[in-house]
Design a protein around this ligand. Structure first.
Ligand code: ZN
Length: 317
């Protein structure tokens, strides 16, 4: 069942890949010695079967058979690219536990986030469960919040007590924004999902009700970049991540988007994220997506790869 649903992700990714230029064969040498934080990772339950499928961009087919293999492959890929920390949320099954398992395997490397949705088949967890996990410091992020897949925006009253809780514990919120894989609204999981609900402008009411909230607009709100910039301009507590865009979008186009954000003055608000999903080698592709952006200075790369995440997520350097 979960794999069936994830089939849509693969279809969506395949559609994108058909538009993509071949990934440049840059060696990862440039990133050696550079410490990287990946703020957008997903974990799956250790025993969940994962059928091997080729990465839609690289064509690499890994030997992953389940969530445990996926974890090991992701950690190996992180080490290869000096990704010293990852903010991870569950992508299926018991989402909270999947993220906590990664954290418990390697507490210095992983910060666990609460992946929540709020749909009929993926209801919000009990508020008290989150209160306890935030109080214990076991979960340190509310996200990835995939309200768009539930046909809702973050400003919907359904999320109100959760945002109040995040504000109370000074827990940053990471929200899925922008669009979704092709066919998502035809999947039984997500019949009320709509593209327009991913417009970052939808977060305004939530932000004004909770002015102390720190919000990461995951996927940078693409393709609604004008609205992303409107939010960044007006709300100093908002940042974004480059998850999925940095490896799934055609590279010249991704660079164009990144360039616009940097040129507009938001270089300190952009955080590196891979959104690697089922493909561990996507972490390396995503790193390459930033490294190969010739318009970025070394200092700007270091901000995107590391400094901005330390600041936004208040991670110990
Ligand atoms: Zn997402």
């Amino acid at each position: 069942m979960p794999i069936g649903r994830r089939g849509f992700l693969r279809i969506g990714a395949a559609v994108l890949s058909s538009l993509a230029a071949p990934a440049p064969l840059l060696a990862a040498d440039a990133s050696k010695g550079r410490r990287i934080i990946d703020v957008h990772m997903h974990a799956y339950p250790a025993t969940m079967p994962i059928e091997a499928s080729a990465n839609p961009i690289s064509g690499v087919k890994s030997a992953i058979r389940n969530g445990a293999d996926h974890y090991s492959a992701c950690v190996a890929e992180m080490k290869r690219h000096n990704v010293v920390k990852g903010i991870v949320s569950g992508g299926d099954g018991d989402r909270l536990q999947a993220a906590l398992d990664w954290h418990d395997h390697d507490p210095g490397r992983f910060v666990a986030g609460a992946g929540v949705r709020g749909s009929e088949d993926t209801p919000l967890p009990p508020l008290e469960t989150l209160r306890k996990a935030f109080a214990d410091g076991r979960l340190r992020v509310l996200g990835e919040v995939t309200s768009q897949y539930a046909g809702l925006s973050l400003s919907d009253p359904k999320y109100e007590p959760y945002l109040a809780l995040a504000e109370e514990f000074d827990i940053p919120v990471a929200l899925h924004t922008g669009t979704m894989p092709a066919g998502t609204s035809f999947d039984p999981c997500c019949r009320t999902a709509r593209a327009h609900l991913g417009n970052p402008g939808n977060v305004e009411e939530a932000l004004n009700r909770h002015p102390k909230l720190r919000l990461n607009l995951m996927h940078a709100g693409w393709p609604y970049l004008e609205d992303t910039m409107a939010m960044l301009m007006l709300y100093p507590n908002v940042s974004l991540d480059t998850g999925a865009l940095d490896w799934l979008l055609p590279r010249p186009y991704f660079h164009e988007c990144l360039h616009r954000l940097v040129e507009a003055g938001f270089g300190k608000r952009i955080m590196f994220g891979s959104d690697q999903m089922f493909w561990p080698d996507a972490i390396g592709l995503a790193v390459e997506g930033i490294e190969s952006a010739g318009f970025l200075t070394e200092a700007q790369k270091q901000d995107i790869f590391y400094n901005n995440a330390v600041q936004f997520y208040r991670l110990a350097g």
